[in-house]
Design a protein around this ligand. Structure first.
Ligand code: KG4
Ligand code: ZN
Length: 337
């Protein structure tokens, strides 16, 4: 794919500054400046803090991405940045920087849908990943089950009616004092836990593709308060494993419901929650049992990164879709809408 365009991608929709250089399916460099420490003391992402940190990181990170890739900015064929959804102030940093750089280099600029980036991310390591497929997108801000009919043609079959899966992990980890971000903390804590020790509820059993996590939050907080007062609270590892199992179980069940409903031959996944070890294990088992292929990115491409933005931009560019100079961010952009 050496004749594929060389694209610089920026991702600044939330709390990670991601910059990458991609050519076709080849990631030449992908660098990140995580802001975990800045937000951890607040127990969550603070929008103003995030925007400021992007401003501070983006210039040197861009130099690093180009250097790691061994390319000069003059070699770039296009520049892309996340257009939405996400935090407005944070999005604006990468978008404005990318747009200005493209203008200065006299190359096309592409504003990219963050969720389309997650849809493309499995391609780097699974080149056989092609539509049609059912894609589970689960992150801190979104949980969706998407029917990928063709590149560029996405039908959202189901989504969360309240909290996103990653948000549920984050809020419950905070409640349990396990730290931020909550997903990796619960994933780690559950290693030696017994998931069957507590049976937390699975929401919306009658709705095949939709998700809900606010009931789980209530069930866990009630359970912990009651058992704490009674002095018989189960070990933290069991609590973490049972919470993780409840979230994972619903994600896997609804994804496989979608596979049966649309008759898809493959499943893919994207978003930070797909880094979860138990989710990956359960999806692997479910797809093997259903006889469908499974395409998961490695954890570094599940969480937010600039490479996925450049990959989605490559597809858009191949269709001649470039952003105009007056393009703006759209913090509430919706996939398939
Ligand atoms: O895709 P992402 O990096 O950013 C957003 O677009 O939101 O996802 C971040 C989310 C956080 O809620 C984080 O707790 C969750 O992904 N996450 C995980 C794991 N790693 C990250 N959730 C469960 N298990 C993990 N190992
Ligand atoms: Zn994301």
């Amino acid at each position: 794919m050496t004749d594929a365009p060389l694209i610089l991608g920026f991702e600044t929709s939330c709390d990670e500054t991601g910059v990458a250089v991609v050519r076709g399916l080849e990631v030449l460099s992908s660098v990140l400046a995580a802001q975990v420490d800045e937000h951890a003391r607040f127990g969550g992402v603070v929008p103003e803090v995030a925007a400021r940190a992007h401003v501070e990181a983006i210039r040197s990170l861009t130099h690093r991405a180009l250097r790691d890739a061994g390319v000069h900015s003059m070699d770039l064929d296009a520049v892309a940045a996340t257009r939405g959804p996400g935090l407005a102030g944070a999005l604006m940093v990468g978008f404005s920087y990318g747009k200005a750089l493209a203008w200065a280099l006299d190359v096309p600029f592409l504003g990219v849908d963050h969720m389309e980036g997650h849809l493309f991310a499995p391609r780097f390591e699974n080149p056989e990943y092609q539509p049609p497929a059912v894609v589970l997108l689960a992150s801190g801000g979104h949980s969706q089950i998407v029917h990928l009919k063709a590149w560029g043609d996405y039908e959202v079959l189901g989504s969360t009616i309240d909290d996103a899966a990653g948000e549920a992990f984050d809020k419950l980890a905070r409640f349990l004092g396990l730290g931020f971000p909550g997903g990796p903390a619960i994933d780690r804590e559950s290693t030696d836990g017994d998931a069957a020790a507590i049976d937390f509820p699975r929401a919306l059993p009658d709705r095949p593709f939709d998700l809900s996590f606010s009931g789980l939050k209530t069930a866990v907080t009630t359970f912990v308060r009651e058992h704490h007062s009674a002095g018989d609270l189960p070990p933290m590892a069991d609590l973490a494993a049972a919470i993780q199992e409840a979230i994972v179980d619903v994600l896997v069940t609804k994804t496989m419901n979608a596979v049966s409903a649309v008759g898809a031959p493959a499943v893919a996944g994207g978003g930070g929650v797909l880094a979860n070890r138990r989710l990956r294990e359960r999806l692997t088992e479910a797809c093997a049992a259903a006889g469908v292929a499974l395409h998961l990115p490695s954890p570094r491409f599940c969480t937010d990164n600039g490479a996925m933005i450049a990959a989605a931009a490559g597809f858009r560019l191949s269709r001649g879709e470039v952003s105009t100079p007056d393009a703006e961010i759209d913090s509430s952009l919706r996939l398939g809408a």
